[in-house]
Design a protein around this ligand. Structure first.
Ligand code: SF4
Ligand code: SF4
Length: 195
């Protein structure tokens, strides 16, 4: 079969034309991991277990997130708060909380199911590791960091004696005009205190 003039002369030029046009276009390649480009604001990354402004945990150990998960990636064990040891306002808290990132597909159904907004997702996407065990995140890996004014649980309810007030947000933030109450939230040596 003999080549036509078009196949012999024009097609190579047309092929290189694509190359030349592309050479002058804006480069879209991202130089990850040397340059990290911010994700979209609502990107679904690693989960976070949130806290109330006094440091108590928002998770009530209800397991709704675990039941909502299509990949069976969440394991929760709830327990009761006591007078001596309180981790969340109200009756229950999440004693054990694990997310298995070998299973998680980052779909976000769990955060939709959470009744207290205890569970949300961050933009963190670097979830690779060199062994399977480290990809099962424990509660300590998922808990939000303590911000200024927060105290590490267990401790009493510092915002209000009525746990409903936490959910209504009625008494937030605690008025700093009350020195006794302020000292309650920011005891000496608490995170955020000037030393
Ligand atoms: S993001 Fe989806 S797959 Fe991952 S733990 Fe939540 S519900 Fe399960
Ligand atoms: S994260 Fe939310 S849904 Fe899951 S156990 Fe805690 S309170 Fe319930």
């Amino acid at each position: 079969m003999t080549n036509t003039v078009r196949e012999t002369l024009w097609d190579p030029i047309a092929g290189f034309g694509v190359t030349f046009r592309t050479m002058f276009k804006k480069v879209v390649t991202e130089q990850y991991p040397f340059e990290k480009v911010p994700t979209a604001p609502r990107f679904h990354g690693r989960h976070q277990l949130n806290r109330w402004p006094d440091g108590l945990e928002k998770c009530i150990g209800c397991e709704l997130c675990a039941w909502a998960c299509p990949a069976d990636a969440i394991y929760v064990e709830g327990a009761s708060n006591t007078e001596d040891e309180r981790f969340s306002p109200g009756e229950r808290y999440g004693r054990v909380y694990q997310i298995n990132y070998l299973r998680c597909i980052l779909c976000g159904l769990c955060i939709e199911a959470c009744p207290t907004r205890a569970l949300t997702m961050t933009n963190e996407y670097e979830l690779a590791d060199d062994n399977r065990a480290d990809l099962i995140y424990e509660k300590s890996d998922l808990l939000a960091p303590l911000l200024p004014g927060m105290v590490e649980p267990p401790h009493e309810m510092l915002i209000s004696d009525d746990h409903h007030d936490y959910y209504k947000g009625k008494t937030l933030p605690l008025l700093p005009a009350d020195p006794a109450a302020d000292a309650k939230v920011n005891p000496p040596g608490a995170p955020g205190e000037d030393s």
